[in-house]
Design a binder for this molecule. Structure first.
Ligand code: ADP
Ligand code: MG
Length: 340
C-alpha cells in the first residue's frame, strides 16, 4: 500500500468522523471474497498469495483496468463498478475459452467510504462466486478511483481460442445482442430519453451489469477458429480479430442482433450504429469454418447460448459493412483511448 497519509479519511460530509484503517478496510471488505477454493493455499493477508496449479495445465492471465470518467460515469453505482471490474476480465478469459479461477484486485480510492466499499465488494463478490473465482489478493491505495483486476484461469486441455485462427470463408458470429450497453450508458447519462421505463432500465442493466460469456467460450473450443470479446465495439473488435488472422471481414448490417429494447428506445438506425460502434457489450465475436457449422449448431444450441451469424471472413484487408448493396462508413466506430 502507498498512502500519503496513514489512513484514508472518509469523504467529507459523512456523518461519522471515523476513518477506516487500511488493514481494517481489507479485512472487512476483501477477505474471503468470491468463491472458496481448495486450491488456494494462502489468500488475502500475507505478502503474496499461493495457489495450487493443476499438473500439466496451462495458466491463462488477463488484466483490465477501469477508470472513473473513462470506463464508467461518476454516477455509476458502486455495486456495478465492482461487478464490471471483474466482468471485463471474465470476458477476456471467455474469449480464450479458459476457465477463470483466481483474481487479484488493485483498488485506488479517493476516500474509504464504508457504504461505497460494501456495495463495491458485494458486486465483485457476487459475480466472483457465480464463476467460482476466489479473490486471493490485491493492493489498496488512495487516489482517483481506478480499479484493476488481474484474473488467472486454467486453459482447457483441448487448447484455447485466439484471435489469429480465422481464415477466408469462415462464418462470423456474435453472441447475444449488441449495442445495448452503449445505449444503456446513454440512458444513464440522460442522452437517451425515449422509450418505456422498463426498456431503458434493461439497457442500463446491460451497461452496469454485463454478463461475460464464459460458458459459451468453453463450448466453442474445437469449433471456433478465432474469438474476441466485444469491448470496444463490434466493428472495431471484428477488425482486431481479422487483422490478427491476416484477413478481412464482411458484415451484414441487416443481420446484427438487436434487442427489442434498443430498437424501441432508439429506433433501428441508431440501434444499428450503437451495435457497430458502441462498446461494453462483452459478448463474444467468433469465427467458424463452414465445415464445422453443423458441429456448432449441434454442440452449442442457439436456444441455450444465443448467437447470430453476421458475416464472413474475407481475404481483406479491413472490415466492410454492407447495408444491402451500400457500404457503411465505420471509420469512427469503436473506442480507442489515444485517438480522439
Ligand atoms: P504489502 O504492503 O505487504 O503489499 P498490503 O498491506 O498491501 O501488504 O496487503 C496486505 C494483504 O491484503 C495482502 O495479502 C494483499 O494481497 C491483500 N490486499 C490488499 N488490498 C487488497 C484488495 N483491495 N483486495 C484484496 N486483497 C487486498
Ligand atoms: Mg501490497
Amino acid at each position: 500500500m502507498r498512502f500519503g497519509r496513514e489512513r484514508i479519511a472518509r469523504k467529507e460530509g459523512d456523518s461519522a468522523p471515523v476513518s477506516l484503517g487500511e488493514f481494517e478496510l481489507i479485512d472487512r471488505f476483501f477477505r474471503n471474497r468470491g468463491a472458496r477454493r481448495a486450491d488456494v493455499a494462502l489468500g488475502v493477508g500475507d505478502d503474496a498469495a499461493v495457489i495450487d496449479v493443476p499438473r500439466g495445465k496451462r495458466l491463462v492471465a488477463a488484466t483490465d483496468t477501469i477508470v472513473e470518467g473513462v470506463h464508467f460515469p461518476r454516477a455509476a453505482p458502486p455495486r456495478s463498478i465492482g461487478h464490471r471490474a471483474l466482468a471485463v476480465n471474465l470476458s477476456d478469459l471467455a474469449a480464450m475459452g479458459a476457465r477463470p479461477a483466481w483474481a487479484t484486485l488493485a483498488l485506488t480510492l479517493p476516500a474509504a467510504e464504508e457504504s461505497w466499499l460494501r456495495e463495491f465488494a458485494n458486486g465483485l463478490d457476487e459475480l466472483a462466486r457465480a464463476h467460482e473465482v476466489a479473490l486471493i489478493g490485491g493492493d489498496t491505495t488512495s487516489g482517483p478511483l481506478t480499479v484493476t483486476v488481474t484474473l488467472l484461469g486454467i486453459a482447457h486441455s483441448r487448447g484455447f481460442l485466439a484471435r489469429s485462427g480465422a481464415a477466408p470463408g469462415d462464418h462470423i458470429f456474435v453472441s447475444g445482442t449488441v449495442g445495448d450497453a452503449a445505449a444503456g450508458l446513454a440512458v444513464l447519462e440522460a442522452r437517451l430519453k425515449q422509450g418505456s421505463a422498463a426498456d431503458r432500465e434493461q439497457l442500463q442493466r446491460r451497461f452496469l451489469f454485463p454478463e461475460p460469456r464464459v460458458e459459451l467460450g468453453e463450448r466453442l473450443l474445437g469449433i471456433a477458429s478465432a474469438a474476441i470479446d466485444v469491448s470496444d465495439g463490434l466493428a472495431a473488435d471484428t477488425g482486431k480479430l481479422v487483422r490478427a488472422s491476416n484477413c478481412g471481414a464482411r458484415i451484414d448490417a441487416g443481420a446484427l442482433p438487436l434487442s427489442a429494447a434498443i430498437v424501441a428506445c432508439a429506433g433501428a438506425q441508431a440501434a444499428r450504429d450503437w451495435a457497430l460502434g458502441g462498446g461494453d457489450d462483452y459478448e463474444l465475436c467468433f469465427t467458424v469454418p463452414a465445415g464445422r457449422l453443423a458441429q456448432l449448431t449441434g454442440s452449442v444450441p442457439v436456444k441455450r447460448w444465443p448467437y447470430t451469424a453476421i458475416g464472413l471472413v474475407t481475404d481483406g484487408p479491413g472490415v466492410v459493412i454492407l447495408d444491402g448493396a451500400a457500404i457503411l462508413n465505420v471509420e469512427r466506430a469503436g473506442f480507442d483511448h489515444f485517438v480522439r
